[in-house]
Each structure stands twice: as structure tokens, then as C-alpha cells.
Write a protein that binds this ligand. Structure first.
Ligand code: FAD
Length: 439
């Protein structure tokens, strides 16, 4: 919805203009530019500030379109160039090097990655999740999520998102970044480049990079994360709230009670007594990532525990006061009830597989894998389209965490950012196409 507002507010066909016109216009102003810059002002059509997953995905979406062939697009990333590894190397001994930052990707995000030709690189590392079970006290009274049947998907999504046979895909962020960096052409990205000043210059945005280089662009897209430099230097309201919660993330080895269990069910428990939420996100048959959200004032104590004590705490978070059963009689009764229901219910309401086994037992913590992050909520108000402070040309668009930061319990922050990137690229490309036809 926010991007619908965005589309209404800015006219993209005014952003991207004929290259010759661009160079001539800017040549005029470059003569007057300040001598403090090491080079003349470089003109671009689109500059993306920030090369996280959202920024790189937006770049890939633009580069995929033939309409962008004659446009100058640049991504600035403050970090150094990552070492890009081949998938075969990454898959070797994978379980010993699992990353602790992971994301659950929705069908829409997976299909966006397919559309920009990176999914085949991500797929070998993406764990297909067949069900998700969420509960508080009574495990059997929780809510189970399954992939909706094709007819239900059609009802809700029409043709926008195709039906998938998985609830979601869990993948380490490093593999998504690796895949995106591999597909991006290196002449579009400048690493170790931080935007340090942004100002409006007539029809353009001027950007100072590392305090010494001057760029100018028709459109600046901020993908520079929750501390966004661009947002802080634009005329946009930002609502920020300390959630007084922290998230501890890490990698754990798990033992499922059923033999040959594929470890393809995600679990999440809400623990009102400690104001905590504990989620287990499977990565491989034997390993999973976890996110434990806790009140901030308990974080330091938990992080100072030994690995063994920490594992006990996690198992406690999963099983304490938990009404689960080891009775095979009850488990098979529940399975039989499901079978009977599935015989009579219409296909759209059938359940494909119930997570009737208890949650897995956590056997160990991968050494040095856990880390803690403070959690805040933040959102730009009301638009994603803005101008540098004092300006009025609305040639800055803010997307991803730079625009909205949410609690990780629903696993939606990145999915929202990818939705922004996809929709913004679609709007832009449609308008350029329309403009090309009228020229
Ligand atoms: C514990 C936890 C678990 C999560 N789990 C999930 C999940 O399961 N599913 C999900 O969808 N989301 C999840 N999220 C949210 C998700 O991680 C974020 O929404 C996502 O990473 C945001 O991506 P981004 O590209 O917008 O920002 P970032 O990843 O923050 O990238 C911003 C980039 O901009 C660069 N940058 C910053 N300033 C500048 C500058 N001045 N100049 C140039 N470059 C700059 C940075 O170096 C960085 O590379 C989780 C978050 C947390 C904390």
C-alpha cells in the first residue's frame, strides 16, 4: 500500500531522462562546482545507496530490463567487496560453517528471486519448510501453518504469486548476498563508498561520496538499512520506538524424535511468563537457526552463560511447562483423526502434514555462533518518496529497513523490503517503457 502511495506521488518518467540532455545539463553546473571535490561531477540516472539484500535485489531487477541498457545505474556500498565463492565450495562442509543471520523467505520473495535470475544460486542452500507450528502453553492447542492449496492461493493472490508447496524457505543471508553479488556486474557497484552528503541541485540530487567525490543523479534510492544516512538527511518524518527487547540468534544442532525426520517443520513458542518468543528455523537435517527474543534487561545474563548452560536455557524455553505427550497412542489417534478429516473435507481445507511430533531437542550450540541485537520499531511517515532537507523535487525513494524496521518474530522484515524493491523496479520500468514509446 505504501508503494501505491509512492507511485501516485512521484512521476517516474521525470526521473529518467535522455542521456544527452542529462550530460549537457550537468556539464553546465559542473563548471561552477566547488573545488573541494577530487573529480568532476559524475552523472547517473539512478544511484542506489546501500548494498544489502534489498539494494542488490533492486539493482538486479533494474539491470534485468533491456530498457535500462542505456541508463547509468550505480550502487554505493560502504563495506568492502565481499569474496564471492562458488556454490560447490560453500556446500563443502556446510554444516560446519552455517551463518547465524538467516531469513525465512515467502513465496513472493522466492518468485522475485526467480524473476531476477538469482534463485538457482540460492536454492541449494534454501531449506524447504513444510509446516510451521506456533503455540504458547499447550503444544496441541497451537496454530499450524501449511502451504495453502492451489485453489486457496488463487483466491487470495490471483496471478501475482504462484502456489508453492512449501510454507517458506529458510536461507542464510550470506548465501543470498553471495548470489546477488555474483550476478551484479562489478562496474555498477562501488564498494568502500559511503554517501556523506546529499543535497538537491535543481532537477538532480548531488551526492558526496567519502567526503571527496561528487555524483549527481536523477533518482536516489535509499537501501542503507535502519540507520539510513539518506533518510536522516531528508525531509521525512520517522517514527522510532525502542521495543526494549533484544534478539539472540545462533546455530543449534537438533535431534528430532522421529527417525528419518527431514527437520522441515519450523517451531515458534510464545512464553508470556518471561515475555519471550523462541523460534527454531531449520537449515539442514541436523541443524537449525534460532531467534530468541527477550526483554533487553535479561540479554547480558543469557549471553554470559556457558554454551551448555545456554543450551539448557533454550531447551527450557521450548519444553518448560509444555504440555506435550510421549504417548504413541495419542499421537497415532491424532494422525488417524487427520486422515478421517482429510477424507471428508474439500481439498482446499485439507491438511497436508501435521507436525504431530514434539519439537526437536537441542543437543548443542555451534561454538561462537550466537550474537545479540537490540530490537526497535521504525517507520517513515507517511511517504517513501522525499527530498533532501530543504529541497522539494521528491527524487529520493526510501525502501527496505531504511524505511521500515519491525520485530523479527514474524520473519517479514526482509520480505517487505524485497516487495518494495520489486514494486519500485516495476513502476520505474513501466514508466520508462511508456516514455520510450512516446519519444
Ligand atoms: C534477529 C533478526 C532476524 C530476522 N529474521 C528475518 C526473517 O526471517 N525474514 C525476514 O524477511 N526478515 C528478517 N529480519 C529482518 C531483515 O534482516 C532485514 O529486514 C533486512 O536485512 C534488511 O535489509 P536491507 O537491505 O534493507 O538493509 P541492510 O541489510 O541493513 O543493508 C543496508 C546496507 O547499506 C549499507 N550502508 C549503510 N549506510 C551506508 C552509507 N551511508 N553509504 C553506503 N552504504 C551504506 C550497509 O553497509 C548495508 O550493506 C530479521 C532481523 C533480525 C534482527
Amino acid at each position: 500500500m505504501r508503494l501505491t502511495l509512492l507511485k501516485n506521488k512521484c512521476k517516474f518518467n521525470r526521473f529518467l531522462i535522455n542521456r544527452r540532455f542529462l550530460s549537457e545539463e550537468r556539464a553546465k553546473s559542473s563548471n561552477q562546482q566547488n573545488e573541494r571535490f577530487s573529480s568532476t561531477r559524475e552523472p547517473f540516472d539512478v544511484v542506489i545507496n546501500g548494498g544489502g539484500i534489498v539494494g542488490l535485489s533492486f539493482l538486479a531487477a533494474l539491470r534485468k530490463s533491456p530498457f535500462m541498457n542505456d541508463k547509468r545505474v550505480l550502487l554505493l556500498e560502504q563495506a568492502s567487496r565481499p569474496s564471492i565463492a562458488a556454490n560447490a565450495t560453500l556446500l563443502e562442509n556446510r554444516e560446519r560453517s552455517l551463518g547465524n543471520r538467516v531469513s525465512s523467505l515467502t513465496a513472493a520473495s522466492k518468485q522475485f528471486f526467480e524473476a531476477i535470475d538469482v534463485w538457482s544460486q540460492i536454492k541449494p542452500f534454501a531449506k524447504e519448510i513444510k509446516a510451521m507450528h506456533v503455540w504458547a502453553h499447550d503444544f496441541y492447542n497451537g496454530i499450524s501453518f501449511y502451504p495453502s492449496s492451489p485453489s486457496v492461493s488463487d483466491m487470495f493472490y490471483s496471478n501475482a504469486v504462484k502456489h508453492e508447496s512449501n510454507v517458506c524457505y529458510i536461507v542464510e543471508n550470506k548465501h543470498v548476498l553471495n548470489a546477488l553479488s555474483k550476478t551484479a556486474s562489478s562496474d555498477c557497484i562501488r564498494y568502500e563508498s559511503s554517501s556523506t552528503e546529499i543535497t538537491e541541485n535543481n532537477e538532480y540530487i548531488d551526492i558526496v561520496v567519502n567526503g571527496k567525490d561528487l555524483l549527481s543523479t536523477s533518482l536516489l534510492v535509499a537501501c542503507d538499512g535502519f540507520n539510513s544516512f539518506v533518510r536522516q538527511n531528508c525531509d521525512v518524518n520517522y517514527f522510532d520506538l525502542d521495543l526494549q527487547q533484544s534478539a539472540i540468534v545462533g546455530t543449534i544442532e537438533v535431534v528430532n524424535e522421529l527417525e528419518n525426520d527431514e527437520n522441515d517443520v519450523a517451531y515458534q513458542r510464545f512464553i508470556p511468563e518471561t515475555n519471550s518468543v523462541f523460534a527454531i528455523l531449520p537449515l539442514t537435517r541436523n541443524y537449525a537457526s534460532f531467534v530468541l527474543s527477550i526483554p533487553s534487561n535479561t540479554g547480558e545474563r543469557l549471553m554470559s552463560l556457558t554454551d551448555e548452560e545456554f543450551v539448557d536455557t533454550l531447551n527450557d524455553a521450548l519444553f518448560s511447562r509444555l504440555k506435550v505427550t510421549n504417548s504413541s497412542f495419542i499421537q497415532s489417534a491424532v494422525t488417524n483423526i487427520d486422515k478421517v478429516l482429510n477424507t471428508f473435507l474439500p481439498p482446499s481445507l485439507r491438511r497436508s502434514r501435521a507436525p504431530r511430533s514434539n519439537p526437536p531437542h537441542i543437543s548443542s550450540l555451534q561454538p561462537n555462533s550466537h550474537a545479540m541485537f537490540p530490537l526497535r520499531f521504525g517507520t517513515t511517515l507517511p511517504y517513501l518518496v522525499t527530498s533532501p532537507k530543504g529541497g522539494k523535487n521528491n527524487k529520493v525513494v526510501i525502501i527496505g529497513d531504511a524505511s521500515h524496521r519491525i520485530h523479527p518474530l514474524a520473519g517479514q522484515g526482509l520480505n517487505l523490503g524485497l516487495g518494495d524493491a520489486q514494486l519500485l523496479a516495476d513502476c520505474l520500468l513501466k514508466d520508462i517503457n511508456a516514455l520510450n514509446k512516446t519519444l
